[in-house]
Design a protein around this ligand. Sequence first.
Ligand code: AKG
Length: 252
Amino acid sequence: MVDAPDKQHDVSRIVAEIQACGYCIVPSVIAPEKADEARAALERLLAEEITDEMRAAKTQRVGGIAYKDPIFAELLELPLIVKIWQSFLDDDDIVCSTWSANTSYPGYDDYHWHADYPYWWINQPWPLEKVCGQTILMLDDFSEENGGTGFVPNSHMKGHMPPAEWKTQWPAEAQILTGLRGSALVFHGALWHSARPNRSDKARSALLGMYTRPFFLQMEDMLAQLDKVENPSDMLRQLMGAKRYQPSIVGA
Ligand SMILES: O=C(O)CCC(=O)C(=O)O
């Protein structure tokens, strides 16, 4: 049975699922037409920025999207996503740590199991406190065939990185993210996940946004990017770090 839209977007239920299982798949975060608009903007950037190395690797990351097209600034501050992370992190002053697009082209054939920044820098076993939450917003329909992201339910409780021998493997406990464009996977930053091979004949794109508490160092220099955004909203300024504490020299 498919949940009614208000239940699908019930923030308390979504956060409870993330806490219990490490993730929640949220349908219809944006309309399919909005996903198409964002994919068209991304396709322009992909064409402008692609290098031979990316062509050979069959994967392309586009950074700095917050200032490269207004639609990406709008999608960084989606009210539902912001509310989910404010509630999960128990902090109204959250910031966005990184905001980029990831595209896998037909023939991409790799895995990279990992948990996200800043866990790379935290001694294991990881503390169970609320650190960060990741959002994968699908700009294409995700399927098993086109490289829907792999993830391991409950792995956010393990307290360490996935085993190194998984590098090129598909572990039995893993699941595949499938869903219609405009849906999102929201997950605990310590959840093990991986890009997957794209065996379809079309590119598969997603936006990846990590949100964290304001006293953690952001992964990207979001303030430098904010300088390039025209007329940022108050919430966008907060998310990009304009309101967080900035270190200074005492007495200077
Ligand atoms: O694009 C994907 O399916 C996942 C990418 C990912 O996990 C990452 O870039 O950290």
